[in-house]
Design a protein around this ligand. Structure first.
Ligand SMILES: Cc1cc2nc3c(=O)[nH]c(=O)nc-3n(C[C@H](O)[C@H](O)[C@H](O)COP(=O)(O)O)c2cc1C
Length: 186
């Protein structure tokens, strides 16, 4: 066995104490659960709880992923920002769909949010640019604030026995429905 392989298997995993997830007691709207979990992650003291992985799809059908910061969450969805000319900007222009993946280590929680992406408009984008810590007073017309409007959300609460609890929300014609996925989780 290689030394790296042994060290990887010996790494600590989930915290000894984690919250529980009762699939029967979740709210009707997934963004209500999402904001509650984001609040919990902020309160846990975890560094950069607003960081997430955004995956987009390229011309060749291949996914590309990168870390971003979520800027706000409201009825329009999860808001994030970047340059229009970036790879993600170009891919969102061509295919306005994406998946956001959050992992909150201190709580053993993961949330996957997939849906349609749209621009929040020039004023909101300019305001977001001005509020960045590195803002120097120069406008950036290439800067865009987008919203990811979810159609599918999967919440996972890890457990020490690895019988992780998941709740999948799907948006249909009659609004949101949720269930526990029948596929297995490792
Ligand atoms: C913790 C963290 C947060 C980041 N937040 C942002 C962000 O909010 N917006 C952004 O454009 N890039 C952010 N980046 C950089 C992106 O991960 C990425 O490298 C960059 O946006 C170019 O991505 P693209 O070429 O795939 O479009 C962040 C990186 C890290 C590590």
């Amino acid at each position: 066995m290689s030394e790296l392989r042994e060290r990887l298997r010996a790494l600590p995993t989930f915290p000894e104490t984690m919250p529980s997830l009762d699939p029967e007691g979740v709210p009707t709207h997934p963004l209500a659960l999402f904001t509650a979990w984001l609040d919990d992650a902020i309160a846990s003291g975890e560094r950069q709880p607003s960081a997430f992985t955004l995956s987009t799809i390229g011309d060749d059908g291949a996914p590309a992923s990168r870390t971003l910061i979520v800027k706000d969450v409201d009825e329009r969805g999860l808001q994030f920002s970047s340059n229009r000319g970036s790879r993600k900007g170009q891919e969102l222009e061509a295919r306005p769909v994406a998946t956001a993946l959050f992992f909150w280590r201190e709580l053993g929680r993961q949330v996957e949010v997939s849906g349609f992406v749209s621009e929040m408009g020039a004023d909101a984008s300019a305001a977001d640019w001005r509020e960045r810590p590195s803002f120097s007073g120069e406008p950036n017309p290439d800067w865009v604030l987008w919203a990811l409007d979810p159609t599918r959300c999967v919440f996972l609460q890890a457990t020490l026995d690895r019988k992780h609890v998941r709740v999948e929300y799907l948006r249909g014609g009659d609004g949101w429905e949720h269930q526990q996925p029948t596929t297995t989780a490792g």
